[in-house]
Design a protein around this ligand. Structure first.
Ligand SMILES: [Zn+2]
Ligand SMILES: [Zn+2]
Length: 111
């Protein structure tokens, strides 16, 4: 039997810290009016995923956005982006990896 996923909140219970992190995240975002993408224009990891620093470590920014704006994420869950296009599949990386719009993110169903 699979273990029950534990909701994870990044330890962001402290609302003041949470607000500051959200402000910092949104400060680094440029909204693409055509696609609706929220493009993070600061740091990224080697895979091209947007990263935001908090508690002295780079964190995957779209994951942080999800926790801040949607809610806890089940442990071990991954987030897929819905803003990819057919052209993205043929590329090793694409600009959407910098998108942190939670409305462009989805937790894929696992069975
Ligand atoms: Zn997007
Ligand atoms: Zn893409």
């Amino acid at each position: 039997m699979r273990p029950v996923p534990v909701p994870t909140t990044l330890g962001l219970g402290n609302s003041q810290y949470r607000d500051r992190l959200l402000a910092r995240l949104m400060d680094g975002v440029e909204r693409d009016r055509r696609s609706g993408c929220w493009m993070w224009n600061r740091s990224a990891d080697t895979a091209g995923n947007a990263t935001v620093f908090f508690r002295n470590r780079p964190r995957v920014a779209h994951w942080v956005a999800w926790v801040l704006l949607v809610g806890p994420m089940p442990a071990g869950a991954r987030l897929d982006r819905t803003c990819h296009t057919a052209a993205c599949a043929t590329r090793r990386t694409c600009r959407h990896l910098r998108c942190v719009n939670p409305q462009h993110l989805t937790i894929p169903a696992t069975n």
